[in-house]
Design a binder for this molecule. Structure first.
Ligand SMILES: C[S@@+](CC[C@H](N)C(=O)[O-])C[C@H]1O[C@@H](n2cnc3c(N)ncnc32)[C@H](O)[C@@H]1O
Length: 225
């Protein structure tokens, strides 16, 4: 199934706002680390409901572009803000619709692993970033976080499962220096006591703790030379 078919359905059934609520637990910490300045242009890849750009606009960026492969996601995102300095575009990670050296920062929250060719996406990010521009890439599906590996069975789009080292290596191959890599735990999600398991979503408390508190979201930060 295509990205469009999978995620249009999520958008029309309201899952975009649910994702926003859950992802915000860690995404807010990622966004807080971005070294943005007032006249910056930021692109958010796989923007979903567009919450990242709404938050960055509150911090004063000049302009934001949210790219998403699912038209219904982009349509919903447009409906959640009347800010004319944020634009939502339908497009694919393979070919970013921006000129060379045009963008100050690129962010992506829980979306990069859906790229059909992640190496190509990284080269595209490198191409559009200005010298010194940064790429904040946050993923909660990665090799060390073993309790997330089953997600692929529930999603029709092929997902990339890289380790922390593979992220660093791929960034460097694409010409991005790795400035930081960290895991950001989700300390807000409620984890029930041990006798509540198994739940609908989790076999054991241990697996849920591993997913949210031990590993959380992997952040890799690249800088364009
Ligand atoms: C799991 S959602 C995350 C949305 C949002 N960033 C968040 O944190 O809630 C992934 C988003 O990436 C988009 N996406 C997935 N693959 C894509 C691709 N190859 N090109 C563009 N967008 C893509 C999907 O349509 C979806 O809106």
């Amino acid at each position: 199934m295509s990205v469009r078919a999978e995620f249009d359905d999520w958008a029309t059934s309201g899952k975009d706002r649910g994702m926003e609520d859950r992802h915000w637990h860690t995404a807010k910490h990622v966004l807080a680390r971005m070294p943005i300045e007032e006249d910056d242009v930021v692109v958010d890849l796989g923007t979903g409901s567009g919450y990242a750009l709404r938050a960055l606009r509150e911090r004063g960026i000049d302009r934001g572009y949210g790219l998403d492969g699912a038209p219904e996601m982009a349509r919903n995102a447009r409906g959640y803000t009347d800010d004319e300095d944020v634009a939502f575009l339908v497009g694919d990670f393979d070919t970013l619709p921006f000129a060379d050296d045009a963008v100050d920062h690129v962010s992506t929250m829980e979306a990069f692993y859906y790229a059909a060719d992640p190496h190509r996406t990284l080269r595209e990010v490198r191409r559009v970033l200005k010298p010194g521009g940064t790429f904040y890439c946050a993923v909660n599906y990665f090799a060390e976080s073993e309790s997330t590996h089953g997600w692929q069975e529930h999603i029709s789009v092929d997902m990339t499962l890289w380790s922390r080292a593979e992220y660093r290596e791929a960034f460097r191959e694409a010409g991005l220096a790795v400035a930081e890599q960290d895991t950001i735990p989700d300390r807000e999600i409620h984890i029930p006591p041990v006798d509540a398991f198994p739940t609908d979503d989790w076999e054991s408390r241990e697996a849920m703790v591993d997913r949210y508190r031990t590993w959380g979201t992997l952040l890799t930060v690249g800088v364009a030379p």
